[in-house]
Design a protein around this ligand. Structure first.
Ligand SMILES: *[C@@H]1O[C@H](CO)[C@@H](O)[C@H](O)[C@H]1NC(C)=O
Ligand SMILES: *[C@@H]1O[C@H](CO)[C@@H](O)[C@H](O)[C@H]1NC(C)=O
Length: 468
């Protein structure tokens, strides 16, 4: 007995609908989404016409100014400490519950006055080749390390993007390792973000991560790379993600240490269930092993509450705190080093020890980064990135970019270091990064992994390159 005529019509309709649906999900979903952003100008005066743009790449030397160092030391000597609570409440003497530990601040002060050698640091920095080039009205600084510059062979171009409160210094060790590796030809490019280090600060508002992405793509283009790999941490992860969205034809691969998720309603439900019922709803076995007891809503919210104050401050009134930080080197060091401490050891209750995490770096490493902010006077312009990010999110203008996935073609590596601030479960990460080629775990290392564990970080990048 055959199907009745009506049933046949229904069956054919269902079949056609299924084919259309299947086609859409299989093929359209794979088609890269189209993103674009406005071309903005951040320099003084009016934007020059395209043919009047200065495309030159000028060599640059990191400057050393003795009078700046003398001034810094005299300010540090004159630091006006507040009365500590030690005498009243002895429990806090060796802790950081109220903020950057007093004893550590005093030893940093000692070190800055008596030991730290900025001149030597500058000389070391100048063993690298530095350049500047003008993009969007701003002189953008970058370090370039070319291995086998003469060869015509294929060269891997890698762009390393830092974040806050870091700098290009975070990637110098990794660049050295690429330079001295036995195989491969590399062109390593490590810029200072606009408003950071030796790059000009934007003179107009609106310098958000997508605009930085545009500037960085422009830089790579100017250096002759139509195809390159981007590696980033912190803001560098955000900017790298936007580069892969905006320029999928140029970004061969993206390696990030901080996943920047775009959470949908479904993810919130998943996260809620995972936090309040069981993480196994959301996490694979390997993820559960990696996370231990960290997937705990109460603890995590407490962590965000304690550690997130700076974010709100910088996203709303960066200039106000900027007056103080740009005026006091010790205040600046405390503000920056507190972050390097807390973001390098998130596993323990950090209040239990003096600035835990700082011990993973040398004071020279830490203070070189601080001195970069101090001598260039860029702490305020660096903090404004938070303001620009949040205001552009709130405006809803670039919504597609902020919440959209990467173009599916761009391969991604995610290197999870144990003490990173945020762990994003793989299923959630996949929604934004559909083509994850590598998902790596590291039993140690934190937010500044590339400088804290440069060998491991270098191997991550090498591993990723070998798969592209
Ligand atoms: C705590 O601080 C006091 C006072 O500076 C010091 O004598 C003591 O050694 C410190 N204890 C620890 C465990 O660091
Ligand atoms: C890179 O390697 C070359 C050749 O060994 C060396 O001359 C150069 O100084 C190195 N560059 C850096 C920044 O280490």
């Amino acid at each position: 007995m055959g199907l009745s005529r009506l049933n046949r019509v229904i069956a054919v309709c269902i079949l056609i609908a299924a084919i259309i649906y299947g086609w859409k999900t299989l093929f359209e979903a794979r088609r890269p989404p189209c993103y674009s952003i406005d071309v903005k100008y951040f320099g003084s005066g009016v934007s020059p016409s395209t043919d009047a743009e200065d495309l030159s790449i000028k060599p640059f030397q990191v400057p050393f100014d003795r009078s700046q160092v003398d001034d810094m030391i005299s300010r540090v000597r004159n630091t006006r400490f507040y009365e500590p609570q030690i005498a009243v409440d002895n429990r806090h003497v060796n802790k950081s519950s109220y903020g950057f530990n007093r004893q550590t601040a005093e030893s940093v002060r000692e070190y800055l006055i008596n030991t730290f050698d900025w001149k030597k640091t500058v000389q070391e920095l100048n063993t690298f080749s530095h350049f500047k080039t003008n993009i969007a009205g701003l002189d953008i600084h970058f370090v370039r390390v070319r291995k086998n510059a003469q060869t015509n062979k294929k060269r891997d171009a890698i762009l390393f993007l830092h974040g806050w409160p870091g700098s290009f210094l975070e990637y110098l060790d990794v660049a050295r390792q690429f330079n001295s590796s036995t195989t491969g030809n590399y062109d390593i490019i490590i810029p200072s973000l606009p408003g950071y280090g030796y790059s000009d600060a934007p003179l107009r508002g609106g310098m958000n991560p997508p605009q930085m992405a545009r500037i960085m793509q422009n830089l790579m283009q100017r250096l002759g790379h139509s195809s390159y790999v981007v590696c980033g941490g912190d803001w560098g992860s955000f900017i790298g993600t936007h580069m892969a969205q905006l320029y999928p034809g140029h970004v061969r691969g993206l390696l990030i240490t901080l996943v920047t998720p775009a959470l949908t309603a479904k993810h919130y439900v998943q996260l809620g269930l995972a936090h309040f019922l069981t993480p196994t709803i959301l996490l694979d076995f390997d993820e559960q092993d990696f996370l231990d007891e960290r997937f705990n809503a109460k603890k995590y919210l407490e962590f965000l509450w304690k550690e997130g104050g700076y974010f709100h401050l910088q996203a709303t009134r960066p200039d106000t705190i900027g007056y103080a930080l740009n005026d006091s080197p010790l205040g600046l060091a405390a503000y920056i080093l507190e972050k390097w401490s807390r973001w390098s050891n998130t596993q323990h209750d950090v209040d239990q020890s003096i600035n835990s995490g700082l011990g993973r770096f040398t004071l020279d490493q830490l203070l070189s980064n601080v001195m970069l902010y101090w001598t260039t006077g860029t702490i305020t312009s660096s903090m404004r990135l938070y303001y620009e990010h949040i205001t552009s999110l709130a405006s809803g203008y670039d919504d597609k970019l902020y919440y959209g996935p990467l173009a599916a073609s761009v391969p991604v590596a995610i290197a999870n270091y144990r003490n990173e601030l945020l762990y994003v479960p793989r299923t959630i990460a996949r929604a934004r990064y559909p083509n994850i080629k590598l998902w790596l775990y590291h039993a140690s290392g934190g937010h500044f992994a590339s400088i804290e564990q440069p060998q491991e970080y270098y191997r991550d990048v090498e591993n990723f390159l070998s798969r592209l």
